[in-house]
Design a binder for this molecule. Structure first.
Ligand code: SF4
Ligand code: SF4
Length: 364
């Protein structure tokens, strides 16, 4: 099991994606239950779960992080952070994280446009600090991709980032979170057709070219999907929301993913009384995904958007087309991937990503 632990709603940035607002109608500002209650909940698991610190910006609740890492017997700790204040975390704790996910959108110009002046530099400095502190785990660049993004340019910028050696790059599309204006879907459609899908093709061609030359670029969606294609395995919802991945709100309520506390998603339980075995499979992917030919490989992409469908049928199809294009293009190069593997350059398990749930959803 894997839990996103929402330590606070507060954030030191004010990104256009989510802003800085604390909404007390949604949940308390900061974590209200005790570390001992968290440990008691962890103790009810057959195997210790992975705990990922999440916010807002979780580092703003540094004392809680320190306390939890000292007391709670998690399988691993992960942190999803904007990176800018990572240097506040004591070095000996930084080195203990399994994965650090840093929110960054690509180039300095694009990142600062959405996340504020100097954010790019500060995020990279945070990552550098973690590395210098001895963090040798998985450093993931987590991008939000909007219609301003050239996916090829932005992903390759982070893959080739000279200032910070990210192990993996992952992205999520800025789509279906909002109730769109009329023009929004049309603009998105044009971007998908003229920019995003062609950019994915170019990125996949570049990925296989590098692979053949002996360099496996850590582009998370390509790795995870290709591993499923190579092993001919069916994938459930890849983020695991509602299956083996849940969020703990600041009030100790348990939900299927960290987004829904702001919406009408049902609460599945609470830290105080719930038994972990009772949580899974109360909320499942349904609707158009159930009759989709790509379900076994896509997994349904996102439980939240599957349920909310804010962009209607047309918008949902549009985003699905990006998934189908991505899968089709990875299928196109699969013979070349197999040939690289047969030549002995790589083992199939090097494509498995993530090996342990770490908050990377794989399907953008
Ligand atoms: S491609 Fe779309 S419809 Fe098909 S499984 Fe994925 S999210 Fe569902
Ligand atoms: S992909 Fe969707 S359901 Fe899964 S964690 Fe992200 S927002 Fe939640």
């Amino acid at each position: 099991m894997h839990y996103h632990l929402i330590l606070t709603q507060r954030c030191n940035l004010n990104c256009t994606y989510c802003g800085q607002d604390v909404d007390l109608n949604v949940m308390s500002e900061n974590m209200e239950f005790s570390v001992e209650q968290l440990q008691a909940f962890v103790d009810r698991h057959d195997e210790p779960p992975v705990i990922a610190f999440y916010g807002g910006e979780p580092v703003l609740e540094l004392n809680k992080i320190i306390n939890i890492m000292e007391i709670v017997k998690a399988k691993e700790f992960v942190i999803q952070t904007n990176g800018t204040i990572l240097n506040r975390i004591p070095k000996e704790l930084l080195s203990k994280f399994h994965t650090i996910l840093i929110s960054i959108d690509g180039t300095e110009e694009l990142t600062n446009y959405f996340r504020g002046d100097t954010t790019y530099d500060r995020a990279l400095k945070g990552g550098q600090f973690a590395r210098q502190a001895g963090f040798e785990g998985d450093l993931v660049a987590r991008m939000s991709v909007t219609t301003r993004s050239d996916i090829f340019e932005q992903v390759m910028h982070l893959v080739r980032c000279k200032k910070l050696d990210f192990n993996h790059v992952h992205w999520q599309l800025d789509a279906m979170w909002d109730i769109p204006e009329n023009d929004r879907i049309e603009e998105f459609r044009k971007w998908v057709d003229n920019s995003y899908n062609p950019g994915i093709t170019k990125l996949i061609d570049t990925w296989i070219d590098h692979m053949e030359k002996g360099e496996l670029l850590g582009i998370a969606p390509f790795l995870g999907i290709t591993h499923s294609l190579l092993t001919d395995s069916k994938s459930p919802l890849r983020c695991g929301a509602g299956i083996d991945f849940f969020a703990l709100t600041t009030d100790g309520e348990i939900t299927a993913c960290p987004i829904p506390p702001s919406l009408e998603f049902p609460t599945l339980g609470n830290v105080e009384t719930s038994l972990p075995a009772e949580l899974p499979n109360k909320l499942n992917i349904d609707g158009p995904c159930l009759s989709c030919d790509y379900l076994d490989i896509c997994g349904g992409r996102c439980l939240y958007t599957n349920k909310t469908q804010y962009w209607g049928d047309e918008g949902f199809d549009l985003v699905c087309n990006t998934v189908k294009h991505l899968v089709d293009e990875l299928r196109r190069i699969l013979p070349r991937v197999k040939s690289v593997i047969n030549s002995g350059k790589y083992e199939i398990n090097e494509f498995q990503y993530p090996k342990m749930p770490n908050g990377v959803e794989v399907i953008p």
